[in-house]
Structure formats: structure tokens, C-alpha cells
Design a protein around this ligand. Structure first.
Ligand code: NAD
Length: 484
């Protein structure tokens, strides 16, 4: 195999446990490149013990010292950009430019963590004569992050720099489909000077996730993945009295008005539906085409047809994912939808066993079809027709999800209407992938997020800390009154 078997990272070293393991695949070739262990509650318990030992020392290290590790980690991410990019392309399949952008986003996330001392300074006020109230933030203790397959480098970095810089010890459970980047992240954090036990990696699947939800030594969990599993983790974790922030799946609607700028709209929409082979929680999934928008659709069709799988679009993650996506396309076709661009049956020379699908655009999809309602998570865009913006907003708001929505228009009034009325946590105007950049926070609404707060930016500070309210009096003259 190209890579040695993946190991858990506990207490600053990789452990050669004898655990059952499964293969890790390169989706662009359909070949195994490594093996990943399926850990159990025993490995989770070990990691918690180690983290609990490391926790008091790390929590009491001043935040200005803690972030020095992340200044160095940022430099290491930049220094190893090529290598980290390659790891992502090999385990996830996305093309080089997409993998590079993912690692660069991790750099930006780390920059934000470095700024935390500046924005988490406490509050203090003399509340009555000689009596002072102050509020300080404290870490919550040992925490865990459970991550999905689609961003092996970036999504772990949504949680880990902020959680750790704020004084917590973190256990990461990466997706068993893409476990390689996590090991390299652990090495780089160690090289950056992070004390042993502050960041650990326990590999595996469902059993590890359940053990994380159940272990009384874990105080908080961030989860990113499908809505189905997000609900399981949220329910199980909160039942065990932990704080949980669970980001789930998505069904993002792009509303396209007839006055939209032709080039800006068509290129942004095609990039959004096809980027990362449609496997982004922010990917365009449904285009709601309002009135006369055929000229935009025609341009999109030309752009999508010009894309070359293997060069402009990577494979989907697995043979099973490809089958699932093909099922949605076939069902929509059978129900009367019109396939304008058909990505089925594509092969990439030299990668005949890769899990490739070309961009697929399907017109005249009706809101009752499964392809219009469920998350497809592939390079497929369903076009639903609407006659006005109210109808379009109603289509978007009928979705149980609420991650992202966008509108393409030249009218400020129409844009404002959609921004206000779309029931989604992240809204774009003439932007296909409205991901907020740091310091703004990332997080959806409805069935795309369970829990309070957001996973990145300022929104994450409340989640990863608890506030202590302190009232002090030192001078006798202050006396005693009804409050103090
Ligand atoms: P997934 O839900 O299958 O897996 C996520 C994590 O949960 C993995 O670590 C996996 O090992 C674990 N897991 C899987 N099944 C489990 C079970 N039955 N019980 C306990 N744990 C389980 O998600 P995925 O397929 O890896 O990722 C794709 C999904 O993630 C899509 O739905 C996508 O929209 C979503 N996603 C959402 C966001 C967001 O910000 N909202 C970001 C990225 C991905």
C-alpha cells in the first residue's frame, strides 16, 4: 500500500494497537492506499485519561502563550502546503486546486485562533461603590470533534485551533474514509510545540462516535456530517449532559432572476454545483430559475459540457456514493425531468476504476421529486422553474435543511427580499458558495445545524468556553448593601 497503516495518536505518539481495520481508498483509482483501525470504547477511554492529565496544565497556560503554538502551526501548514494538498487529493479524490484551497482555508482558520487573545479579553465594571464584577472565560475541559469525509484537512481545523487555543484538550475522530490528513495534523501540532495529550486522534466509525457521546469525561462535542448522524450525536451527547454542536447535511437553493448578470451567474452556479464533485455542504443543489432565464441555463450547459472529468472535476468518494447519485438521476429522468448535461458513463483515461461522474444538469425537476428534496451530494444540479421571486423563496423554504441559499440578480430590492426571507443560515448575493470568511462564523439553520452557536469565528467562542462571573470587594468603606 502507498501509505503505512494509520494509527491512533495518543499522548504524543502513534500507537500500534492490534485492532481490526478497513481499507482506505484512493477514489481517483478505486484502489486501496492504506488501512485504518476501527477503535473501540477502550481507545476512547485511554485518550480521555491522557487528555484529563494534560488538561490542568494546558488550561492554566495563559492564552497568549497557548496561541504561540498556532502561530507556529500556521507556518507549518504553509511550509507543508504541497504535501498536505497531495494527502487530501489522494484520500478524498478532489482535484489539486480544490485540495490546496482547503489547506489554505485551514491557514485562515488558524490565523483567527491566533487573534483570540485580542477578542476574548474579559469584562470588568465597578457595579457599586468598591464592588467590582468581572467575567472571564474558561475552557470546558476535554472535548471531541467528529468530522466527515469531504474536507479531511479543513473541517478538523474548523474546531481544533479555536477549541485548543481557548484551553481545551481535543480528541479528533476523523472520517474513516479519509484518515490520513489527521495524522499529519497531529505531527505538525506536536512540531509546533503543543504539549502531549492536548490533541489526540482516535480512528474508527460508529463505535468510537458512540463512545465519545457516552464518556462522562468528555464535556463538549462538535460534529460535522450528515443530518441523520448529526441527530444521533446531538441526541445522545445532550442526553449525556454534554454540550453538542452538530452540523448536518444541506440542500442549497440558488434563486436565479432574469436580470442576473449572465457571466457571473452562470460561472458561479456551475462552479458551485461541480466543485469538489458536488460534495460540499455549501454546493448548489437546486437552481430555482425564475421566469425567463433560459439564456443563463444555456450558458451553464455550455460551461458544464466543457468540463473534463479528472482535470476540472474529481471523483466522488466511493463506488457506493456513485451508485446512490446515479439512482437519483435515473429516478428524476423516469419521472419526466429533462437531462441537459449528462455526466453518466464518464471515464478518465488511466483512471478507469475511479469513481467519476461528470457535471449533470437536470431541468424541469418538480419540487415533489426526491432529487429536489434530498441531499444528493454529487455534481448534480436540479433546475426547478418558478414564475416569480415569492414562488422561488417558497421552494427554498419548503426544504427541511437551511445551510445556504443564494440569489443572482442585479436588483438590490430583490436581493434584500431573499436575504431576509430565505430560511438558511448563510445567504449569498451573486455568490455560488456563500461561505463566510474569518472572522465571520460558519453555520446553518434548521436540519443543517443542531445546537447553539456556530462552529467557526466568534460564534465558536461561547461554545468552547464557559464564563466565570466574579464579584470582589477589598475596601471596608464599600459596606454592605442589598446586592453585595
Ligand atoms: P456521515 O454523517 O456519514 O459521517 C460523519 C461522521 O460520523 C464520520 O466521522 C463517521 O465515521 C461518523 N458516523 C457515520 N455513521 C455513523 C453512525 N451511524 N453513528 C455514529 N457515527 C457515525 O457524513 P459523511 O458522509 O462523512 O459526510 C457528508 C455529509 O456531511 C453530508 O451530509 C454533508 O452535507 C455533511 N457536511 C456538512 C457540513 C456542514 O457544515 N453543515 C460540512 C461538511 C459536510
Amino acid at each position: 500500500m502507498k501509505y503505512p497503516a494509520v494509527r491512533n495518536f495518543l499522548g504524543g505518539t502513534f500507537k500500534a494497537d492490534t485492532l481490526p481495520s478497513i481499507e482506505v481508498w484512493d477514489p481517483s483509482n478505486g484502489t486501496p492506499i492504506s488501512r485504518v483501525p476501527l477503535s473501540t470504547m477502550t481507545e476512547v477511554a485511554r485518550a480521555v485519561d491522557v487528555a484529563q492529565d494534560a488538561s490542568p496544565g494546558w488550561a492554566s497556560t495563559p492564552i497568549k502563550e497557548r496561541v504561540q503554538v498556532f502561530y507556529r502551526y500556521k507556518t507549518l501548514l504553509e511550509r507543508h502546503l504541497d504535501e498536505l494538498t497531495t494527502l487530501v487529493t489522494e484520500e478524498n479524490g478532489k482535484i489539486e486546486s480544490e485540495a490546496r484551497a482547503e489547506v489554505l482555508k485551514s491557514v485562515e482558520l488558524t490565523e483567527f485562533a491566533c487573534s483570540l487573545p485580542q477578542i476574548t479579553a474579559g469584562e470588568v465594571l465597578e457595579v457599586s461603590r468598591g464592588v467590582e464584577c468581572r467575567v472571564e472565560r474558561f475552557p470546558i475541559g476535554v472535548v471531541a470533534a467528529i468530522t466527515p469525509f469531504n474536507f479531511p484537512n479543513m473541517v478538523p481545523n474548523w474546531s481544533l485551533p479555536n477549541a485548543i487555543a481557548l484551553g481545551n484538550c481535543m480528541i479528533l475522530k476523523p472520517s474513516e474514509l479519509v484518515p490520513l490528513s489527521a495524522g499529519r495534523i497531529a505531527e505538525l501540532l506536536t512540531e509546533a510545540g503543543l504539549p502531549n495529550g492536548v490533541f489526540q486522534v482516535v480512528h474508527g466509525g460508529k463505535e468510537v462516535v458512540e463512545a465519545i457521546c457516552d464518556h462522562p469525561g468528555i464535556a463538549g462535542i462538535s460534529f460535522v456530517g450528515s443530518t441523520k448522524v448529526g441527530k444521533i450525536v446531538y441526541r445522545r451527547g445532550t442526553t449525556n449532559l454534554k454540550r453538542v454542536l452538530a452540523l448536518g447535511g444541506a440542500k442549497n437553493h440558488l434563486i436565479v432572476m432574469p436580470d442576473a448578470d449572465l457571466e457571473m451567474a452562470s460561472s458561479n452556479i456551475v462552479a458551485s454545483m461541480s466543485g469538489c464533485a458536488g460534495q460540499r455542504c455549501m454546493a448548489a443543489s437546486v437552481m430555482v430559475a425564475v421566469a425567463k432565464t433560459d439564456h443563463i441555463i444555456e450558458r451553464m450547459v455550455a460551461q458544464a459540457k466543457a468540463m473534463v472529468p479528472g482535470r476540472d472535476i474529481g471523483p466522488v468518494i466511493s463506488a457506493a456514493a456513485k451508485e446512490r447519485i446515479l439512482g437519483y438521476i435515473a429516478e428524476a429522468e423516469a419521472a419526466g425531468a429533462k437531462i441537459l448535461v449528462d455526466g453518466r458513463g464518464m471515464t478518465v483515461p488511466g483512471h478507469e476504476n475511479g469513481f467519476y461522474l461528470g457535471p449533470t444538469i437536470i431541468d424541469h425537476v418538480t419540487p415533489d421529486m426526491r432529487i429536489a428534496q434530498e441531499e444528493v451530494f454529487g455534481p448534480v444540479l436540479a433546475i426547478v422553474r418558478a414564475s416569480n421571486v415569492d414562488e422561488a423563496i417558497a421552494v427554498e423554504n419548503a426544504s427541511p435543511y437551511g445551510n445556504a441559499a443564494s440569489v443572482f440578480t442585479e436588483s438590490g430590492g430583490t436581493a434584500r427580499q431573499v436575504m431576509e426571507r430565505a430560511r438558511a443560515g448563510m445567504v449569498g448575493v451573486n455568490v455560488g458558495v456563500p461561505v463566510p470568511r474569518e472572522p465571520f462564523s460558519f453555520g446553518g439553520w434548521n436540519e443543517s445545524k443542531f445546537g447553539v452557536g456556530d462552529i467557526t469565528g466568534r460564534g465558536s467562542i461561547e461554545f468552547w468556553t464557559q464564563s466565570k462571573k466574579m464579584t470582589t470587594k477589598w475596601n471596608r468603606e464599600a459596606g454592605v448593601n442589598w446586592m453585595s
